[in-house]
Write a protein that binds this ligand. Structure first.
Ligand code: TXA
Ligand code: MG
Length: 364
């Protein structure tokens, strides 16, 4: 469901507020589209016009906000990489408005990919498939595969359907930093470098999509997400391989920036600790000029509650809720100019896998 959908428009240096009128969709220039609450026909038209003219549109998805460009416009893609600060050999995901477009963007699609698309699209799943000639080199980093996803956020779907083509979109943060889960995060990270930010409220899932590739027709999870390995196995009725929680340096999977060791890092040094290690570490701190932030699923122990050098944030004890708020909590801690963040480990199995994976990558 869409919460508090507000849309504002940031045109280069100018902030333009567009009034959302409930009857606007009556005059829609996209009569075939059902516009989500809060997204006016004008805003949608403007977003599509920007994409078509090679501009950048940040838009909400159910996982994290994406920074979108026309996937078939090399100049737009060049600007996307520049704004993102991303090395050009790192591939970006192509977002489509419908699974029916899959065959335009990929070839030799395994039947298991169709099964997964049927089960999880629109939704937080990215499929790595052999690219079709339609996909420019710059999208794939020169590889012969392309990542494809049909997101489920109503604003993302409306944009993709109205645009009609593929929208290449990495997460709308600078390369290597925490992904944005609100329009305000995008604004803070990319500000004037984006032509338009569509605000669709806070992302429901909160961590990036599950990425599944196929090796010799065997599905393999390259990046854990809300759709778990168990759910994928269930949809395919067969066991699958996983590279969950193994950074690229220790796995055979290459060229996936999401698998670089410190891909989702805050600016403040972050260390992952077990509960016992955390307790032990905190009892040793007694210097007044050393400020520490903690993110843990338990509440702050009573004897530490009045310590002026400690900011303790509690993370939800349910994996989907924890994922939803993970980046917002880390960003908040990161904004406090602390010297060190300590995060208590979470389980690595099942629905916790995505949170465990992102925390490992944030630690350095
Ligand atoms: O949830 C998501 O996937 C978000 C939203 C915006 O859709 N997007 C996202 O994009 O997380 P990005 O660029 O931050 O991460 C994309 C990941 C990277 O790890 C990249 O290496 C991987 O997808 N990827 C893309 N194309 C690939 C390919 N052909 N082979 C292997 N990995 C690929
Ligand atoms: Mg990213």
């Amino acid at each position: 469901m869409l919460k508090n959908v507000r849309c504002f428009v940031l045109m280069r240096n100018k902030f333009v507020s567009l009034k959302v009128h409930p009857f606007m969709s009556l005059f829609s220039s996209f009569p075939h589209l059902q516009l989500p609450d809060g997204l006016s026909s004008e805003q949608l038209q403007q977003a599509v016009a920007i994409l078509k003219s090679g501009g950048l549109v940040a838009f909400p998805t159910e996982t994290v906000y994406g920074l979108g460009a026309d996937a078939e416009n090399p100049a737009a893609l060049a600007r996307l990489y520049e704004v993102k600060g991303r090395p050009t050999h790192h591939p970006v995901i192509v977002h489509l408005g419908s699974a029916e477009q899959l065959s335009e963007w990929a070839v030799e699609i395994p039947s298991q990919a169709y099964q997964l698309a049927q089960a999880f699209w629109p939704g937080p799943l990215t499929l790595i498939l052999k690219r079709s000639p339609r996909v420019p080199d710059v999208v794939t980093g020169g590889q012969d595969t392309v990542g494809i996803r049909v997101p489920s956020h109503p604003v993302a779907l409306a944009l993709l359907k109205a645009f009609g083509g593929g929208v290449a979109a990495p997460s709308a943060n600078r390369f290597g930093r925490l992904s944005p889960t609100t329009a305000a995060h995008v604004q803070a990270d990319l500000g004037q470098d984006v032509d338009l930010i569509l605000d669709g409220g806070a992302s429901d899932v909160g961590v990036e999509s599950t990425i599944v590739a196929f090796r010799d027709n065997q599905p393999i999870v390259l990046r854990p997400g809300m759709i778990t390995a168990e759910q994928i196995q269930e949809a395919l009725a067969k066991p699958i391989a996983s590279v969950t929680n193994k950074p690229a340096s220790s796995s055979t999977v290459s060229r996936a920036p999401g698998t670089l060791a410190s891909h989702y890092a805050p600016r403040t040094p972050l260390t992952l600790l077990t509960p016992a290690e955390l307790d032990e570490t905190l009892t040793r701190i007694n210097t007044p000029d050393w400020a520490v932030g903690v993110l843990a699923r338990r509440a702050c122990p009573f004897d530490l509650r009045d310590k002026p050098w400690l900011v303790w944030q509690q993370l939800e004890d349910e994996p989907n809720a924890a994922a939803r708020l993970l980046y917002a909590r880390l960003r908040e801690l990161d904004s406090l100019s602390l010297d060190q963040l300590y995060v208590e480990v979470v389980p690595e199995e099942g629905a916790w896998a995505a949170v465990a994976d992102r925390l490992k990558r944030a630690a350095y």
